[in-house]
Design a protein around this ligand. Structure first.
Ligand SMILES: *Cc1c(COP(=O)(O)O)cnc(C)c1O
Length: 365
């Protein structure tokens, strides 16, 4: 048996021909940039999230960069985020000219350790940037209170958590801005790179609009140095077709995660602490002999992978940030011990049984 991580064909189902027909029609019109396909998706995505505004950009990394620029980040300003995240979180901060300040991960949730955020705040702090990592919503009460108290913005990196909720409200809508990626690996996937920024604030939305379009206020009037980063119309079309399925796909991911938790529950491994609103972008298990288990699963045709083997503070790209080994011990442990099992909405019980049997064999011989 082969157990894959992705099934792109199933994401289109029998609507594939509708999409290709729409694309064909669009190709011959010559209307490609910021067309009604883009504004249609932006409105639908904002509506889905319960946000006032959404704007499409090239990537999730650009979404972060532009969000910080729109918040008026200046060189030397600090953004607090976590040591255990995907590179893009921190690259977005640096590309906007700010200085990333890291805090360690929490051992149970695999999210930012909220209790360490306060100590990381300085006179230069402008933003707190939690990541809803692997699809699990970061509890925001405490961070929102801290942000308010110190007059900081909260920006959510929701690139792995489209549709996840906290108390009924979708993540990405709690702070000044929420940043999303539609990279093909994500729960809502474009057929290439794509991203979006959502906000409930008029003035921030206006600035996002300028920054994604070379700082233009009306044609040929460039008043700030922006990016050229706009959601592609073809991607917008594809995303609009997929969006109505997102909730049922996320529900199915939760069911698959439940199967894994049930079947692996009595083995000496750890799961991310459960949450009913988790959207399981990734299903992570924490295992001491991670690399041996990875090798065994891969040799059995199971597409298990390691996401992210090097924590942010130990990546060569960030060597000049001055972090050192041992500084964020939980993030380091998680980087060495987490393993992603295949998860997709259409993963079958028999596939989960197969994966679980192999893991059981690993422990029981
Ligand atoms: C995917 C991702 C991003 C953005 O990635 P892009 O590839 O630039 O769209 C940002 N943060 C996290 C946590 C991600 O997983």
């Amino acid at each position: 048996m082969k157990v894959d991580r992705y099934n792109f064909a199933s994401q289109f189902g029998d609507e594939l021909h509708l999409i290709t027909e729409q694309i064909s029609r669009m190709l011959v019109t010559g209307h490609y940039i910021l067309t009604e396909e883009v504004s249609h998706f932006e409105a639908a995505f904002a509506d889905y999230l319960g946000a006032r505004y959404a704007q499409g950009v090239n990537t999730g990394t650009d979404a972060l960069t532009i969000a910080f620029l729109a918040l008026g980040i200046e060189p030397g300003d600090e953004v607090i985020t976590q040591a255990n995240t995907f590179n893009a979180t921190v690259t977005g901060v640096i590309r906007a000219g700010a200085k990333p300040v890291l805090v360690d991960a929490d051992e149970a949730s695999f999210l930012i350790d909220e209790s360490q955020v306060q100590a990381a705040i300085t006179a230069r702090t402008r933003v707190i940037l939690p990541v809803h990592l692997y699809g699990k919503p970061t509890p925001l009460n405490r961070l929102l209170t801290l942000a308010q108290k110190h007059d900081l913005h909260l920006v959510e990196d929701a690139a792995q958590a489209h549709g996840a909720r906290i108390g009924g409200r979708r993540v990405g809508t709690f702070g000044a801005a929420g940043c999303f990626s539609f990279h093909p690996s994500k729960n809502l996937a474009a057929a290439g790179d794509a991203g979006a920024i959502v906000t409930n604030h008029d003035s921030i939305d206006g600035l996002i609009r300028r920054y994604r379009e070379l700082g233009q206020y009306g044609q040929n009037n460039h008043v700030v140095t922006g990016l050229n980063s706009k959601l592609d119309s073809i991607q917008a079309l594809i995303l609009s077709r997929k969006l109505p399925n997102l909730d049922s796909w996320n529900a199915q991911r939760r069911i698959v995660a439940g199967w894994y938790r049930e079947r692996l529950g009595n083995l000496p491994l750890q799961f991310q602490s459960p949450d009913d609103e988790h959207v399981y972008h990734l299903f992570q298990i924490r295992v001491e002999k991670r690399d041996q288990l990875l090798e065994l699963l891969r040799s059995e045709g199971i597409d298990a992978v390691v996401r992210y083997p090097t924590p942010i503070h130990l990546q060569p790209a960030f060597a000049n940030c001055g972090w050192r080994k041992g500084q964020f011990p939980v993030a380091e442990k998680l980087a060495n011990e987490l393993l992603c099992l295949p998860i997709r909405p259409d993963l079958s019980v028999s596939e989960v049984d197969f994966v679980a049997d192999k893991i059981r064999m690993f422990y029981e011989g």
